[in-house]
Design a protein around this ligand. Structure first.
Ligand code: PLP
Length: 413
């Protein structure tokens, strides 16, 4: 049994791909006194976070903030734009894409699943979960839908279960090439704030975000960035919605307030983390995560273990999935590493359970914390009897030493 009052010395290494380690500056901001959510100070806070979060989504249109986990924001995206029985085209890149599809069914929608047909030696049961979206398949399917029955195309930007990203701009092009009016909905719950994302430029209609990944916040708030077309679709969408309804929230947000009690202390934290990200500059933030990803992949390659993402163009800057040799239980390995070294790693989800583990490289981290995490993995792999080709820690040290972090030009966004 896990003892809840167990506090080992030193810092726990939270290397799962979200919730990510929260900077102390953000934790301190959260400890400010809770204020009147109808008072003037709150209005100023609300207006600030609502303006700044748009910069992270790169949109000039509304972003709705919910006191909910990412799953709530998934539901909000669908219930605000769809009617019972509407058809969706949902691309299965991994476990989270599959869960969003399951939700669509529960809401009374008719999702059709597209998946890349990929033969795979290393993971025959999950070849499609090693690659990103193939936009051509989307274009082909939409061209066949001459009656325009498909109401939305739904894709996941950064599949947290696999460490594979998808090219969202290519999906937009595919929809346009097919001359199809479907909305484009994108889950960037684990991409936002770590991987390049452009809601307006990529023509996304609803972007779904979450707090506990690249935004370096605890779990508990989530987002819908909403295009004018999505707002138009809302007017005729007939799925029941109350708590999630955009119209009332957007109306109250004009003055920085919400129609219900918002998550005051998490909004303090959001304000703080937005200051951090926008002062560093989003391009610097993205470059920092890409460099961490390259260092971690250098380690996995040196171990001689396969990376879950089979397409180097789609490597995630947020996390790296590591496939275990047949016969090695990845969950037992994670358990051993947690017990011996106080390091948490992400588990294999859905059909990847027990076959792989995930190393998060996001949140309040740096080269040395990542090297420590890799040391924990390497020791654990050896203890579990996995034959390694070489030292991943050494390879990552060499990578980080040879590739200095770019000098950050601090700038206010
Ligand atoms: N989508 C993706 C890509 C995720 O990574 C997650 C959570 O990890 C979710 C959706 C679900 O979000 P939540 O667990 O915050 O409800």
């Amino acid at each position: 049994m896990v003892e809840l009052d167990f506090h080992p010395s030193g810092k726990h290494f939270l290397q799962i791909p979200g919730p990510s380690p929260v900077p102390e500056r953000v934790l301190r901001a959260m400890s400010l006194p809770t204020i009147d959510h109808r008072g003037p100070e709150f209005g100023a806070l609300g207006r600030k976070v609502l303006a700044d979060i748009r910069k992270v989504f790169k949109t000039s249109h509304p972003v709705v903030i919910y006191p909910a986990s990412g799953t709530g924001a998934w539901e909000a995206a669908l219930s605000n734009t769809m009617s019972p029985g509407d058809q969706l085209l949902m691309y299965e890149t991994g476990h989270f894409a599959a869960l969003w599809t399951k939700m669509a069914r529960r809401l009374g929608l008719q999702p059709e699943i597209l998946a890349t047909n990929a033969a795979d030696d290393q993971l025959p049961q999950a070849g499609a979960w090693r690659r990103g979206v193939d936009a051509e398949l989307i274009e082909q399917r939409l061209r066949k839908d001459t009656a325009h029955n498909i109401r939305a195309v739904c894709v996941v930007h950064n599949e947290t279960s696999t460490g594979v990203t998808s090219d969202i701009a290519a999906v937009r092009r595919a929809i346009d090439m097919a001359g199809h009016p479907a909305l484009l909905m994108v889950d960037t719950i684990s991409g936002l704030g770590s991987a390049d994302y452009r809601h307006d430029e990529w023509g996304v209609d609803v972007s779904v975000g979450g707090s506990q990944k690249g935004l370096m916040l605890p779990p508990g708030i989530s987002f819908n960035a909403v295009s004018p077309r999505a707002l138009e679709a809302m007017k005729t969408a007939a799925l029941p919605r109350a708590f999630w309804a955009w119209d009332e929230i957007i109306a109250m947000n004009q003055n920085g307030y919400w129609p219900y009690t918002p998550n005051t202390n998490l909004l303090y934290a959001l304000s703080e983390t937005l200051d951090m990200l926008l002062t560093e500059g989003l391009d610097n933030v993205f470059a920092r995560h890409m460099r961490w990803g390259a260092g971690v992949r250098a380690a996995v390659n040196a171990w001689g273990l396969p990376i879950q993402c089979a397409d180097p163009r789609r490597y995630s800057p947020v996390l790296t999935g590591v496939i275990m040799p047949t016969g090695v239980d990845a969950d037992a390995l994670r358990h051993l590493i947690h017990q011996r070294f106080d390091l948490s790693l992400g588990m294999g989800l859905g059909k990847l359970k027990g076959r792989m583990f995930r190393i998060g490289h996001l949140g309040d981290s740096n080269d040395l914390t990542l090297l420590a995490a890799l040391a924990g993995c390497e020791m654990g792999l050896k203890l579990a009897g996995v034959a390694l080709a070489g030292s991943g820690v050494q390879a990552a040290m060499d990578y980080f030493a040879a590739h200095a972090a770019p000098k950050v030009e601090r700038r206010a966004a």
